[in-house]
Design a protein around this ligand. Structure first.
Ligand code: NAP
Length: 277
């Protein structure tokens, strides 16, 4: 029998590419997005076994409707990919309270609400896989992404704890951690968010120096959306209880440093990159 996945944030980036990838592997796909009247919506709706339906993770009624529509069409949902998210970049002090709350509403509470909507279905079938799209910024942090990182650290803690609770019920939780993939709309949108923040001149020198470090990082060869979609698919299908998947090579040195260095060595490494006196 064909398996079915529900994916959030399919209007672009990893969501769209993963929806296409799962469909090409023979899965049914419930491709959800805030606005279905977009190019991705049309492309996906044209594929066999794909249901395109509206889901805004900040709108509880739309979550319930999307889950119900998916079950009505395919009868069973086997996997959930909590992909929808955005990055609020810039210095913390310049961010408005509304933006900070939106960051957590989408990246954290949105994931919780979609997960909660599917849990009764997964418990009923004593099976299900939940894949949360975190980030390298959920493992280590960098300057000027304090709010994005806080949201992804929260997602990591939530996912790890939930994995213990749900394992006895036959439900598996997984976390996929991509690094920088510049082909999605993510960087552009994060840059736009940073641009909206009012500037505080005291930070100017720090922002200039940090931006130069980031520009160097962006020069490295980066992974593609397809690379990340393959790791998401692997997490859905490998049949293991592996919790975390580092999805791209660019972040592996920093993930290794964070996980395997002493705290003192790790902080010295990071401060040598970013701290100015
Ligand atoms: P993207 O192209 O900007 O896609 C983000 C998706 O999330 C879009 O479909 C967007 O929909 C959706 N979204 C935003 N707010 C939403 C809401 N309230 N309800 C439903 N959907 C919403 O970026 P991406 O790179 O594919 O990002 C996907 C995930 O990967 C995010 O969780 C991000 O944090 C993570 N990630 C990305 C990178 C990277 O470098 N690209 C690295 C690590 C982790 P709209 O079109 O309606 O806004």
């Amino acid at each position: 029998m064909k398996k079915t996945v529900l994916i959030t944030g399919c209007s672009s980036g990893f969501g769209k590419t993963s929806a296409l990838y799962f469909a090409r592997q023979g899965w049914n796909v419930i491709a959800t997005m805030r606005n279905t009247e977009c190019d991705a919506g049309a492309d996906l709706a044209a594929m066999d076994g794909v249901l395109v339906t509206r889901l805004d993770v900040q709108d509880a009624a739309s979550i319930d409707q999307a889950v119900a529509a998916g079950i009505a069409r395919f009868d069973r949902i086997d996997a959930l990919v909590n992909n929808a998210g955005f990055g609020l970049f810039g210095v913390f002090e310049a961010m408005s309270g509304d933006k900070i709350r939106e960051q957590f509403d989408v990246n954290v509470f949105g994931v919780m609400d979609v997960t909660r909507a599917l849990l009764p279905h997964f418990r009923h079938h004593k099976a299900g896989t939940i894949i949360n799209i975190s980030s390298g910024a959920g493992v280590f942090t960098l300057p000027m992404i304090s709010l994005y990182s806080a949201s992804k650290f929260a997602l990591e803690g939530f996912s790890e704890s939930l994995s213990y609770e749900l394992a006895p019920l036959g439900i598996t939780v997984k976390v996929v951690e991509p690094g920088g993939v510049i082909s999605t709309s993510f960087g552009q949108r994060s840059g736009a968010e940073a641009g909206h923040a009012s500037t505080l001149p005291d930070y100017d020198a720090f922002i200039t120096a940090t931006s130069a470090v980031f520009a160097g990082l962006r020069g490295q060869r980066l992974a593609t959306e397809e690379d990340v979609a393959k790791v998401i698919y692997q997490a859905a299908t490998d049949g293991t209880d592996q919790l975390r998947y580092v999805a791209t090579d660019d972040i592996k040195p920093l993930v290794k440093a964070r996980r395997e260095s002493t705290e003192a060595d790790y902080m010295q490494l990071m401060r040598s990159q970013f701290m100015m006196r």
